[in-house]
Design a protein around this ligand. Structure first.
Ligand code: UD1
Ligand code: UDP
Length: 371
């Protein structure tokens, strides 16, 4: 008998995904977990546009979900409640040995709550991250999920310490980061021809995106930066004055505001493009002069690839990235953003904190001891 088997029968894990970063995390873990477990995949449908969802399943060879709940967008309580209702139905039918959730989205919390209410153990990957800002929906999701999980896989020492401070000691393991696994898996196989990557880009307002020699790469989607159009205007005004042209991947959350702000194509320095595929994104991040973002995943990927990043937020969960100025926080203020973009990182201060690409292997070995 080997890990994950009982009486010759494979044990069952239900994995819940739903938002873009979760597809990228699942790409690392599903591949490994399926060697020893019967993985049943639920896609909540939190993200549903082809280029926010299905394209990643295809590109990253994630098995097609066994259940697609098609929950879609909505106010937080309604969206989370819809997910919980439908996840519970699946859990009652499938009777898994554990439920696996990733990160801190509404899909994460819905999966965890549905499971704990019917006494199914929860495995939380990317546990222990904290911004210490209760006004972030993600902070609520991750704190609640951690407090009801049985196995908690932390990417870093800082995450383990955060859990210790909250009295969560049992079932906690530091394993490295599964997004780092995905970067390392695809970096050798990423789109390598610049011309091809630029050909794939789908500009929002002009026919073609010029083939650039150098570029900044930008994404913005956090509620705190997009709750008013004015904040987004300030960020775009800063990028308009940046030293290199900016490739801006437009998350659907901000599309309407960008349409209004760029109504007369006034942002000449910014190429607004539709959300792009993972490998193209990897190429553009790896070769960017700078990244400007508020994305958790992109801050970390920039750090892993040693591309300097300016994060437009008051705090970050990925505090290691701040060392040596590889990642610098900026306020929603044009001068502050432009000043922070001038700061150079100190390569001597660089430490690879996120593991060596085998976090998923470690996680699956540890799961096998308990599930
Ligand atoms: C969610 C997560 C956030 C994560 C982000 C990754 C929560 C609370 N937030 O934020 O932590 O960083 O995903 O991208 O779970 N929309 C579309 N098409 C889509 C998806 C979204 O048009 O495929 C639009 C809808 O108008 C929707 C809005 O984007 O209302 C926001 O989507 P939602 O999933 O609620 O939040 P995100 O901002 O994507
Ligand atoms: N990403 C992508 N294409 C894009 C923008 C982002 O593949 O056009 C990837 C990015 O490389 C990272 C992940 O999406 O792996 C981050 O997701 P997002 O910023 O939506 O969420 P967060 O990490 O902030 O929760």
């Amino acid at each position: 008998m080997y890990a994950g088997h009982i009486g010759g029968k494979m044990k069952k894990i239900v994995t819940i995904i739903g938002a873009r970063p979760q597809f990228i995390k699942a790409a690392a873990v599903s591949r490994v977990i399926r060697r020893s477990y019967n993985e049943v995949l639920i896609h909540t449908g939190q993200h549903y546009d082809k280029n926010m969802s299905d394209n990643f399943l295809d590109e990253l060879e994630i098995p097609y979900p066994d259940y697609h709940l098609n929950v879609g967008s909505g106010n937080p309580a309604k969206q989370t409640a819809h997910m919980m209702e439908r996840i519970e139905e699946v859990l009652i039918k499938e009777k898994p040995d554990a439920v696996l959730v990733y990160g801190d989205t509404n899909s994460t919390l819905a999966g965890a709550l549905a499971a704990v209410k019917i006494y199914i153990p929860i495995i939380h990957i990317e546990a222990g991250l904290r911004s210490f800002s209760k006004s972030m929906p993600e902070e609520i999701n991750r704190v609640l999920t951690d407090h009801i999980s049985t196995l908690l896989f932390c990417p870093t020492d800082a995450a383990v310490k955060n859990l210790q401070r909250e009295g969560i000691l049992k079932g906690v393991h530091k394993t490295g980061d599964v997004m780092c696994d995905t970067v390392m898996h695809y970096i050798h196989n990423m789109s390598s021809k610049k011309a091809e990557v630029f050909q794939h880009l789908e500009p929002l307002y002009t026919k073609a995106t010029d083939l650039l020699d150098q570029w900044y790469l930008a994404t913005i989607h956090r509620a705190e930066n997009t709750d008013t159009i004015n904040k987004l205007r300030i960020i775009l005004d800063a990028l308009e004055s940046a030293e290199s042209r900016v490739i801006f991947s437009v998350h659907p959350r901000i599309k309407e505001y960008v349409d209004i702000l760029n109504e007369e194509n006034q942002y000449k320095n910014i190429c607004f493009v539709k959300p792009m595929g993972y490998k193209d994104m990897l190429f553009l991040t790896n070769n960017a002069v700078k990244v400007v973002t508020d994305s958790g995943g992109l801050q970390k990927e920039s750090y892993i690839m040693k591309t300097p990043c300016v994060t437009i937020r008051n705090q970050t969960e990925w505090i290691e990235t701040l060392e040596g100025n590889f990642n610098i926080l900026a306020e929603v203020d044009k001068e502050d953003i432009l000043n922070k973009l001038k700061i150079k990182p100190n390569i001597e201060k660089y430490t690879q904190y996120y593991g060596n690409g085998n976090a998923a292997e470690q996680i699956c070995e540890l799961i096998a001891k308990d599930v």
